[in-house]
Design a protein around this ligand. Sequence first.
Ligand code: GRF
Length: 203
Amino acid sequence: RRIAVLASGRGSNLQVLIDAIAAGRLNATIAGVFSDRPKAGALERARHASIPTTSLRPRDFDSRAAFDDALFSHVDTVQPDLIVCAGYMRLLSEHVVEARQGHMINIHPSLLPAFKGLHTHQQALAAGVREHGASVHFVTSELDGGPVIAQARVPVLDGDDADALAARVLTREHPLLLATVKVLAEGRVRLRDGTVTLDDRPL
Ligand code: GRF
């Protein structure tokens, strides 16, 4: 299977996929890494692994739609079976998402549907929850609102600040993303009529 990864930041989730492929633990190819931030660490990690990269700057485009059309025309050239948003921090236009439903996933650092959007660890601390985590979901036009495929949970501990909580979540995000990409690459998980199926049964 061919994977395209979209990333805006340091790229530790991307690295997990790169390492798993190199170690023979994930039968897939990362066909390209795409970013809205030319300085993203993720691009450096991709180049190091000899993966083609593309980065475009939103400010060079007149609108969100124009930027997304340009970025996704590059994504399309690598003919991905699966598009993984791994710390991609930009809202996607509806038409771009809708055309790729069932083929695009996102990792989000909260137990969705709780704490959508940004600053999820601060949101969790402010809400006083005792459990937090990460979710991988199919991308739909509702921000962080698409059908959830899998989640990983961590406790919130006394004395946690947002950084401590983020670090604990990240250790679970990495295996969660890998496990999810694996079942997707094997064709075992699908989105059918808005429902996630595993081995053809609703999750
Ligand atoms: C992760 O916490 C991801 O869930 C969030 O941004 C962070 C990206 O980390 N949306 P990295 O760039 O993969 O290291």
